[in-house]
Ligand binder design. Structure first.
Ligand SMILES: Cc1cc2nc3c(=O)[nH]c(=O)nc-3n(C[C@H](O)[C@H](O)[C@H](O)COP(=O)(O)O)c2cc1C
Length: 258
C-alpha cells in the first residue's frame, strides 16, 4: 500500500489539506546499522538472492526522491546467462561482477520527460490537479528540451542570465549535458536506496562505474537518450568479500556550517 492511500485530510486555516503524518517510531539504530554496515563487497558467495528480496529492494529503489517526480531511471536485472557473461566482460571482469548473484544495470533516461509529465497529470493522486501543478508539468518538457545542437538551451541560458541580474532564476538544466546530469542525480539516489535495501535484507552490493559504456549500451539496446549510471553487483558477502576497512577523511573537510 502506498503511503498516500493510508492518509486522509486535515483542516488548516479553514482549508482542507492532504495530511500525511510523519511516522514517529522509525528505528534509527536499525537504520544506522544498515548504513554503517554497507560496504563495497568485491566477492560474493554462490548463495542466490530470493526473488522476493530482489523485488522488494527494487521497489524501495523506485521510492527514491526524483527531480520533479519524473523518475528518470530504469533498472535492468541481467539474468540471461549469455547476456550476464557479456555484462561481466563489459565490467572489465571485475571480481564483484564475476561473483555477483545478480547484476543490475542502472540507467538514466532523458527522453521520457514529456511522456511522464503527461502521465503525472493523468495519474495525479488527488481528485483535482492544482492549477500550479498543471502549469508546471505543461512547461517542464520545454524546460528540459535542449533543442538541436543545444540551440534552445543557449537561448534559455541567455534569457535567464538577464533575468538573473534582478532575481533568482533557474540556471538549468538546459544543455543536453545538464539534462543528462539531471537524470543521473535522481538515478544515483535510487541506486543508493537499492544498495541500502539489499543491506537491510542481509545482502551486499558493489556499485561499479568501471564498465565499458558502449558495450553495456549495445547489450541492452539502449536508445541514445539513455545512459548507464552504474552497474550494481549484489549477493551474499563472502568471508573475504571486503578488502580493507572503510576509509573516510576528517569530517571537517566535508561538513561546513556557514
Ligand atoms: C559511483 C561509484 C562507482 C564505483 N565503481 C566501482 C568499481 O567499478 N569497482 C569497484 O570495485 N568499486 C567501485 N565503487 C566502490 C568504491 O570504490 C567504494 O564505494 C569506496 O571505495 C568506498 O568504500 P565503501 O563503499 O566500502 O564505503 C564505486 C562506488 C561508486 C559510488
Amino acid at each position: 500500500m502506498s503511503a498516500a492511500s493510508k492518509n486522509a485530510t486535515v483542516t488548516v486555516d479553514g482549508k482542507t489539506r492532504y495530511h500525511e503524518p510523519a511516522p514517529a517510531h522509525i528505528d534509527v539504530e536499525a537504520f544506522r546499522q544498515t548504513v554503517i554496515s554497507r560496504r563495497s563487497v568485491r566477492k560474493f558467495t554462490a548463495t542466490p538472492i530470493p526473488q522476493a528480496v530482489l523485488d522488494d529492494c527494487l521497489d524501495m529503489a523506485l521510492l527514491a526522491p526524483c527531480s520533479s517526480g519524473l523518475q528518470p531511471w530504469e533498472f535492468y536485472v541481467v539474468r540471461t546467462p549469455a547476456k550476464k557473461a557479456k555484462l561481466v566482460k563489459a565490467c572489465m571482469s571485475q571480481l564483484a561482477a564475476k561473483t555477483a548473484a545478480e547484476l543490475i544495470v542502472c540507467v538514466a533516461r532523458t527522453d521520457r520527460v514529456e511522456e511522464f509529465s503527461r502521465k503525472m497529470l493523468r495519474e495525479w493522486p488527488m481528485p483535482d490537479v492544482p492549477k500550479l501543478v498543471q502549469r508546471y508539468y505543461q512547461l517542464i518538457p520545454y524546460n528540459y528540451a535542449p533543442g538541436p545542437l543545444n540551440s534552445f538551451a543557449v537561448v534559455k541560458k541567455a534569457a535567464f542570465a538577464v533575468g538573473g541580474l534582478v532575481a533568482a532564476v533557474p540556471r538549468g538544466p538546459y544543455t543536453s549535458a545538464e539534462v543528462r546530469l539531471w537524470a543521473a542525480k535522481s538515478t544515483a539516489l535510487a541506486c543508493e536506496n537499492l544498495v541500502l535495501a539489499f543491506r537491510a535484507h542481509g545482502f551486499d552490493t558493489c556499485m561499479m562505474e568501471g564498465f565499458d559504456e558502449v558495450r553495456v549500451r549495445k547489450l541492452l539496446g539502449l536508445p541514445d537518450e539513455a545512459f548507464t549510471v552504474m552497474v550494481i553487483g549484489a549477493g551474499e558477502r563472502a568471508d573475504d568479500g571486503v578488502f580493507w576497512p572503510q576509509i573516510r577523511f576528517e569530517r571537517e573537510l566535508f561538513v561546513h556550517e556557514v
